[in-house]
Ligand binder design. Structure first.
Ligand code: ADP
Length: 740
């Protein structure tokens, strides 16, 4: 590009130099010099005429004079380039060359005037005007190069013509007719000279313009050439890039037939350029398992001139399959029609395999998670059911009038079974929470009774240790709130249970306070004990799963190290947290904060669902029909003994189907429905009973070993009124019967 413009600039400079005053002067000098001998031929001819007409001396003088005049002019002009190069001013050279031209022109007067002065005939007029015409044409030719010299020459020639005519008229040597012819010849000479002058001027101007135009066109051509060259080298570079790219590239025509492929295409597919050109990619590369929809989408995008990025399964020449990511870009012509399509393809088989492996791993992880959840549910049920039997039977045994020693053995069985239940509950709870499952099942409930019921479970232990358990309320409490009362009770049992466990003297205080805003209630429970306290460096660790503050001391007290972990997760699930302040040897304060929602039901009495209250006194409902749907015979036995004192009319079903049938036949007031039963489970049986319009609807209470929020929610949505958790407790059962 630079070489082209340099060449053009040189030519332009050269052109401008030729058109400059200096250049024109040089060209004038050159022209005058090159036609010197040509002019002398005419001078010699004129002198020869004088010689032949009997005036040899005049001929010789004229020849010599004219020769000298021209020599003087040419001698000066020959030195012009040198003088210019030496820095002589152009104006001066121009002026001097005009003077030498005048001198040269004046010498010609001799040859024009001598014939008429010597002979005086009309024929000499013709000679004079012929000479003037020749001289004039010769001078006019260089008008465009040296205007002053040309005009001086023409003026001298014109003046000599006028002089010749004046002489002929004054001397009377020419007849009036001859004078008239002469005058006409002179006029013609002038016209001829004028015409030639104009012609010469125009032709030189035209030549100059043409040269300039040519130069301009050359410039455009040079520019176009340069651009073409740049374009070509870019094309070459791009072709080189495409050819050597690592990705497979092919170019196809608008019908989708391959026009060109690069080396990577051959490496990827196994097809050489000769084999690929002219083929449609789909015909060449589609595997039997290629998704026809993807193939069709690519074809449609190409014909519609749309770019497309897609993943497709291809087959190589050897039949092996390869996943490629194809990127098709149409190249459109000026009218927007597809001119060709460029496709860049990349082997993504490794990424695809990785993706498939990940999907498989995710699937099996989900499967594992499902299996784990199923296992937990089964475990929960399978462990609770026999535990229910152990605890229930121990209760019955305790109340069967045993001797003191025997009674203490039974108490130990019961205590151990309950301790085992707590551990199992903790582990199952933790597994569920650890898997990120929400266990919160919100219901409307009364706050104070909830807290008190938890404390009432713990008080006997405190009494045993002769330490106090106080409950204080710093603020008025809302009668009804919405949250998971079971989980709140679980937290209190854990924290206050720990406080009692780790306090030997003094006692435990639970300070309750609650603030209410339109968003809900913020509940704070501060549990302060005067127990052993926790070493400062262990405070942050005791929330870690299976972690205890001091192995030696806590070994004495037992525990799994899961209680606080679960309590904190539960508190956080309820939008709160648990914080600790503790001084070793002085005691600890566990502050539990919880967020509770506004209750949906206004009246506390109607709060649903009703969970078992406690009624230690025996309820008597003589003749009231109750249906117990329970497949496990131990549990049936337990229910039978619990309900015996109520004098109710109890019937038993061993599966859900039988429960529905007996409910239709006997229309019981209350049904205790086990959830897991053969043939038809408790949920389906409940739905069937609730859907039967012919039945007076009974109260249905679930008997469930499943303790998760999802199980509780399932019971409620199936139409049950509440639930009794296994292992069954007589007091809870009586609490329910108290409410029907
Ligand atoms: P554990 O079942 O062992 O009680 P927790 O998670 O409930 O499990 O408690 C973890 C540990 O935190 C306890 O073993 C004990 O070392 C410490 N801890 C909890 N509460 C108290 C407390 N009130 N006073 C002293 N130490 C406590």
């Amino acid at each position: 590009m630079r070489a082209g413009s340099l060449e053009f600039e040189n030519r332009l400079t050269e052109f401008e130099a030729r058109q400059s005053p200096e250049g024109l002067l040089k060209r004038y000098a050159r022209q005058r010099l090159s036609f010197f001998w040509f002019r002398q031929i005419f001078v010699l001819g004129g002198a020869a005429v004088l010689f032949l007409t009997g005036h040899p001396l005049a001929g010789g003088v004229a020849l010599l004079t004219l020769l000298l005049g021209d020599l003087l002019d040419c001698a000066y002009l020959a030195g012009v380039p040198r003088r210019l190069a030496a820095g002589a001013p152009v104006k001066r050279l121009y002026f001097v060359s005009t003077l030498t031209a005048a001198v040269q022109a004046l010498t010609t007067v001799l040859l024009i005037g001598l014939p008429i002065a010597l002979s005086g005939g009309a024929e000499t007029l013709a000679f004079a005007f012929a000479f003037i015409a020749g001289g004039g044409i010769n001078s006019s030719y260089l008008y465009s190069f040296h205007r002053a010299a040309t005009l001086v020459r023409l003026a001298v020639l014109l003046a000599s013509g006028v002089g010749v005519m004046a002489h002929a008229w004054l001397a009377g040597s020419v007849s009036p007719e001859g004078q008239l012819y002469g005058l006409f010849a002179f006029a013609m000479t002038l016209f001829l000279n004028y015409t030639f002058l104009q012609h010469s001027r125009r032709s030189i101007a035209h030549k100059t313009q043409s040269a300039h135009r040519l130069l301009e066109q050359s410039q455009k051509l040079a520019l176009t050439n340069t651009m073409l060259h740049a374009h070509q080298s870019e094309m070459r570079r791009l072709a080189l890039v495409a050819q050597n790219a690592n990705d497979s590239v092919f170019v196809a025509d608008p019908e989708g037939r391959i026009l060109w492929v690069n080396a990577a295409f051959t490496r990827l597919t196994g097809y050489s350029a000769q084999e690929a050109v002219g083929q449609r990619p789909a015909d060449l590369l589609n595997a039997p398992t290629t998704d026809p929809a993807t193939s069709e989408a690519i074809r449609t995008a190409i014909t519609q001139g749309r770019p497309l990025r897609s993943e497709i399964l291809n087959a190589r020449k050897d039949g092996s399959e390869v996943w490629v990511e194809t990127n098709q870009v149409p190249v459109l012509d000026a009218n927007g029609a597809v001119e060709m399509v460029i496709a860049v393809e990349r082997d993504i088989s490794a990424a695809k395999h990785h993706e498939e492996e990940l999907a498989r791993a995710k699937h099996s992880a989900e499967e594992g998670e499902r299996a784990k959840a199923q296992f937990l549910a089964t475990m929960s049920h399978e462990i609770r059911t026999p535990m229910n039997g152990i605890i229930g039977m121990a209760d019955l045994l305790r109340d069967s009038g045993l001797a003191k020693e025997q009674r203490s053995y039974v108490e130990t069985i019961r205590y151990s079974a309950e301790a085992l239940m707590r551990i199992i509950n903790d582990i199952l709870d933790f597994s569920k929470l650890d898997a990120g499952k929400s266990v919160i099942c919100p219901v409307d409930f009364e706050l104070l009774p909830c807290v008190e019921s938890a404390l009432s479970i713990l008080r006997p232990k405190a009494l045993e240790k002769q330490i106090y358990v106080d409950l204080t309320c710093a603020t008025p409490l809302p009668p009804l709130v919405r949250g998971d009362d079971g989980r709140i009770r679980q937290i209190i049992l854990n924290i206050v249970g720990n406080a009692i466990k780790f306090t030997q003297q003094g006692g435990v205080t639970l300070d309750l306070s609650c603030t209410t805003s339109p968003e809900g209630h913020s509940l704070t429970l501060a549990v302060t004990d005067t127990g052993i306290g926790i070493p400062a460096d262990r405070v942050d660790l005791i929330f870690d799963q299976f972690s205890q503050a001091d192995g030696a001391i806590t070994r004495e007290f037992g525990g799994t190290g899961l209680g606080l972990t679960i309590s904190r997760i539960l508190a956080r699930e309820m939008g709160g947290d648990i914080a600790i302040r503790s001084v070793l040897g002085e005691g600890s304060t566990f502050t539990i904060t919880l967020k509770l929602a506004q209750a949906l039901t206004p009246a506390p009495d109607e709060a649903q669902p009703r969970e078992a209250g406690s009624a230690d006194n025996v309820i008597k409902l003589p003749g009231v029909k109750a249906l117990v749907a329970e497949d496990n015979l131990t549990n049936q036995l337990l229910m039978k003994s619990f309900l015996k004192s109520t004098e109710m009319d109890v019937i038993y079903a061993r599966n859900g189907r039988e429960a529905v049938r007996l409910a239709r036949r006997h229309a019981p007031r209350v049904i205790f429905m086990d959830m897991s039963m053969p043939e038809m489970d408790g949920l389906s049986a409940t739905r069937k009973i609730r859907a039967d319009p012919s039945l007076v609807q009974p109260t249905i209470v679930a008997l469930t070993a499943n303790v998760y929020a999802s199980d509780k929610a399932a019971c409620l949505s199936a139409g049950m009124d509440g639930f009794l958790s296994k292992p069954l407790k007589r007091a809870e059962l009586m609490g329910w019967l108290n409410q029907i």
